[in-house]
Design a protein around this ligand. Structure first.
Ligand code: HMG
Ligand code: MG
Length: 297
């Protein structure tokens, strides 16, 4: 079997959480349906955080209710605490993602507590979800830099990765929240993390603010990672990282990986049409270079 990379599509969550306009639930549901139909194996659907903090995703339960029960994809959702987990499970989620940060300042801005407090808060959430048979992903933000503190030491990232993994997370996603990392730093960090968490349990999550995301993914794939997060049409940002742009575009990642001879299971043309559809619906530029090139042919 050819070597395969699992793409985790985060557009409906990481993308839409940062849209100024309110996207109706029906449109979110249609986006999720189209993404799953493209062959994406994992489409993160929404987020059960406080609606005061992220009003864009206040309709999380409605979105979950609209997901096709026969969807071919997995649909994890973000949960920040026990209340979020309870809401997510009540809405039918079977897979969740918790999130912490490698930077103290970002942790406070994003979750209103220190790194240690957030890990304390997350431990029972992870254990409860895992005991109920739910798969749990753990995100770490600011792994290659922080909007408030600047440089972040790889040791700080490894410590959080170890804590989340030993708490029971199945997978750890390393988030370059502000898209500032470069390939050598990304590769070195991945290698450091792989000293504590098995490589097959690590994912990379690059925002593309500085235009380095594809180069970083290439470096990390060469280093051995086989899970990469991305967002259709490059949707997204982070409400608590001012100036951070969207995730690397899924279309661009798929084009890169197929060019390397790696399988993704994704139909690139269908994905490009989906990226174009959502960009038009949101009245925004399509940030996928590969998507635009493909549709211009
Ligand atoms: P807090 O204000 O400290 O929480 O927020 P609290 O426990 O004191 O509760 C305050 C109020 O919120 C209460 O309501 C709670 O019931 C309610 P009140 O009594 O005032 O009416 N509340 C909730 N309501 C619904 N669902 C919940 C929930 N929890 C509390 N789950 C908290 C702490 C963590 C909740 C808040 O800071 C929060 O929701 N933060 C989320 C921020 C966020 O979503 N950021 C974006 C996602 S992370 C990201 O994008 C990074 C990533 O992409 C990787 C990368 O790129 O780096 C993953
Ligand atoms: Mg993100």
């Amino acid at each position: 079997m050819a070597d395969r990379v699992t793409i985790v599509e985060v557009g409906p969550r990481d993308g839409l959480q940062n849209e100024q306009q309110v996207v109706p639930a029906a449109e979110k549901i249609e986006l999720i349906r189209r993404l799953a139909a493209c062959g994406l194996p994992v489409v993160e659907a929404t987020s059960f955080v406080s609606p005061k903090w992220v009003p864009q995703l206040a309709d999380a339960a409605e979105v979950m209710a609209g997901i096709d029960p026969d969807t071919p994809a997995r649909h994890p959702v973000l949960v920040p605490n026990m209340k979020g987990l309870e809401r997510a499970v009540a809405a039918g989620a079977t897979e969740v993602a918790v999130f912490a940060a490698a930077s103290e300042s970002f942790s406070r801005r994003n979750t209103n507590c220190s790194i240690d407090e957030s890990l304390e808060r997350l431990r029972p959430v992870i254990a409860t979800a895992a005991d109920a048979g739910h798969r749990v992903r753990g995100y770490i933000s600011c792994v290659l830099g922080c909007p408030y503190e600047g440089e972040i030491s790889p040791a700080a990232v490894v410590a959080v990765a170890e804590a989340l993994y030993s708490a029971g997370c199945d997978e750890i996603s390393l988030g370059d929240t502000i898209g500032i990392g470069t390939p050598h730093a990304a590769r070195t960090l991945l290698r450091d993390c792989a000293g504590s968490v098995p490589m097959e349990r690590l994912a990379v999550h690059f925002h593309d603010t500085w235009g380095q995301a594809l180069a970083n993914i290439l470096a990390c794939v060469e280093e051995g990672v086989r899970i990469a997060d991305s967002s259709v049409a490059g949707l997204g940002g982070c409400p608590y990282a001012r100036g951070a742009t969207g995730n690397v575009a899924t279309e661009d990642v798929v084009y890169l990986l197929h060019g390397l001879g790696l399988e993704t299971g994704v139909d690139l043309e269908a994905l490009a049409r989906t990226g174009d559809w959502i960009s038009t619906r949101l009245n925004r530029d399509n940030n996928s270079r590969a998507g635009r090139a493909l549709l211009a042919r």
